[in-house]
Write a protein that binds this ligand. Sequence first.
Ligand code: URP
Ligand code: ZN
Ligand code: ZN
Length: 462
Amino acid sequence: MPLLIRNGEIVTSDARYRADIYAEDETITRIGKDLEAAPDTEIIDASGKLVFPGFVDPHVHIYLPFMATFAKDTHETASVAALIGGTTSYIEMCCPSRLDDALEGYHLWKSKAEGNSTCDYGFHMAVAKYTAETESQLREIVRDGTSSFKIFLAYKNFFGIEDCELYRALNLARKLGVITTAHCENAELVAQLQQQLLARGNTGPEWHEPSRPESVEALGTHHFATFLENTGASGYVVHLSCERALKAALAAKERGVKLSIEAVTPHLVLDKSYAERPGIEGMKHVMSPPLRDKSNHRVLWNALNTGLIDTVATDHCPFDIEQKLLGKNAFTEIPNGIAGIEDRVNLMFTYGVKRQKLDLHRFVDAASTRAAKIFGLFPRKGTIAVGSDADLVVYDPTYHGTLSASAHHTNNDYNGYEGMEIEGRPAVVTVRGKVQVTDGKFVGERGRGRFLKREPNHFGNS
Ligand code: URP
Ligand code: ZN
Ligand code: ZN
């Protein structure tokens, strides 16, 4: 059935205008004033609303065996939560560990999403080791349409890669024309600091941040950038959390390193005082890199607004209370991660756009367009144009609500943003021309998400 979105104000990363949007066979076929519609067309009145391109979350964890447990969401639950929050596509970290076979892992991760995700989805392929099989396996994965890698300079002996392997992985990435995303810390320093803190009897969640200080993240960022510099590969720093790491990344960019930067919602709106709360309340807010001193907020929002930070993702990674309590005797055992796939867009709109820290177009760019460009999805995703997929978010900027586990759709028994006010939410969300959400409720068809094949050679770094 064709779809007509009428009377809305279209906002993309570079334009704002009033027009109708008509979609047939999953794509946008016309944009203009007073469009005629076929008799069987579904008509949405978007008067008083903003119409954004579907939002793209370039960093989520859904299937994730990690820290003696598994992240809580499935693609069924996470994708519906994502859609309710306006995210129509996501890129999941495919994370086999050093002990696993990478290609088997890739097929396992794909099988979890296929037929289950209601969002369109793609993957970043983790390279946790580099063996005799790695090159042929990665070539096969890239041929399959997964054209970005992921490396961890953290989580020693599990996801963490050795420098000799990193060098080889980046050389291959350059040859294949794929971009490498990186978690930037220093695994050895983290391990040493953790042991030192525990030995002194410092076991609570408030010690998580001191075990992974800003200097360690800055070192990891510089380390990754230096490897990019010396291999000519193209990179993307995930979840950059603080001024020191930002300075390291920007210094590398100034030297000509091809590097993009991602911030994530927890680091923009939460701070380390949340993880310093006693007991389980603190544990809920343990993630890596950790929530930082509040003084970093101003720096991150400014860098985001000016485009020095390219994208905002969630790093969605839910663990429930029982799982978080695995770390009740030692902060090093608390599963790392905070959920947020449903809340990213509304938090950015409220605490960025509405608080005048984030330009409206930059909001669309950071939450949709730039990720689509960097990861080879643009212009199919990330914009509103004839020929693009009809992924649309009719957004109500007058809505007022409060984030709460009692109302969210993520499979978790608490919400890390509990009690935070939001000022705006999607009124209607469509994926490839089908209405999937209206007014906070899923009304569509589950499991219709499609694997997003991406071509190599998409060096979207600015
Ligand atoms: O704490 C986090 N970020 N958990 C997910 C794994 C990762 O490092 O991205
Ligand atoms: Zn990470
Ligand atoms: Zn992550």
